[in-house]
Design a protein around this ligand. Sequence first.
Ligand code: FES
Ligand code: FES
Length: 162
Amino acid sequence: MRITVDVDGTKYTDEVEPRLLLVHYLRDRLGKVGTVVGCETSNCGACTVHLNGRSVKSCSVLAVQADGSEVTTVEGLAEEDGTLHPVQRAFHECHALQCGYCTPGMIMASVDLLNENPDPDEQQVREGLEGNLCRCTGYQNIVKAVQQAAGDMRAESTGGAR
Ligand code: FES
Ligand code: FES
């Protein structure tokens, strides 16, 4: 089947098998290897991307279901000049990763969470990210990073960027 998808701001048209998962299309066809595969059974969240602005586990979506849509991966989050997204910056500054395997999905889920709720408390962050598993960090610094990013994004939106 022929699909046309906008991925990280670039339009791609490709012939794909109807059973091809979006995560494999992104990684194997488009080389978007920043999006990783953990469980492939929609449990771990490592493969999370945005589909038309909302986070989805890309191992639970067929590539053909993304036809005509906009997909953003972790590779499309930073600005063109390399300036990191506030969530990426906060993960770095708060040491919110160890092995880093969960990180691309965790960041994409966090961005979606903050788009929905710009000022989440700790419990809301934990609940918002419960579909994303991390085997290393114990989540404490991830929660800290999301709350720091929330503050930075609120400050940026009111013109008080640091
Ligand atoms: S690889 Fe998709 S949820 Fe684990
Ligand atoms: S940092 Fe290793 S799984 Fe999260």
